[in-house]
Design a binder for this molecule. Sequence first.
Ligand code: ZN
Length: 247
Amino acid sequence: MKEKIRVTVWNEFLHEKKNTEIAEIYPEGIHGAIAEYLNQKPDIEARTATLEEPQHGLTDETLNNTDVLIWWGHMAHDKVSDAVVEKVYQKIMCDGIGLIVLHSAHYSKIFRRLMGTSCSLRWREDGKKERLWVVSPGHPITKGLGDYFEIEQTEMYGEFFDIPRPDELVFISWFKGGEVFRSGCCFYRGRGKIFYFRPGHETYPIYHDKTVLQVIENAVRWAAPVNRPKTLTIPKAVHVEPLEDLT
Ligand code: ZN
């Protein structure tokens, strides 16, 4: 039998504890909603981890058994320990685990570390419509989608989004207020694959939306490592003999 893709859904899990309206949208937390959806897929096995657990739930045991890490954070990026960020960074770069960065996690330490830029953007919480255009129709992350999809009520994110030029751009958003945004961005870093996906403001039921969940599922399959090494190995410059006879 084919091995399952092992996903860890990480959430800072603070809004849901502090705000009853958000808790009503996500009674099991944002991480719980995403993991529950992924666990319905026969080839995916999802677990969760949250900020207030020891090591933020990201122990060596968990990371060694994670193929794809999903990250949602907003109000407590600075509470994530640098040691955990470093460990996750090494896992992505050297070990090839995939990372899916959601919404306000554009400002997470791990995403900024990987991008090397400020990752700043424009925003406005106005509850208006977003239309996400598919700009790479053959890309695996767009499987099952049409030309575009819409989210009726959302927070606006606008350009300029201070990221390096994405290796693949999958979605561009249009907002009712006139802004546009690169909403689905793929990056290759070391052995790892990274996907930034914009939708997900906590006061709207965005992670109950079928299309949004489909994109996350597609991204899990895309970001899963190919030929993951058995142990963490930092790539080194090596002297090699030629494959052909040079004489
Ligand atoms: Zn937000």
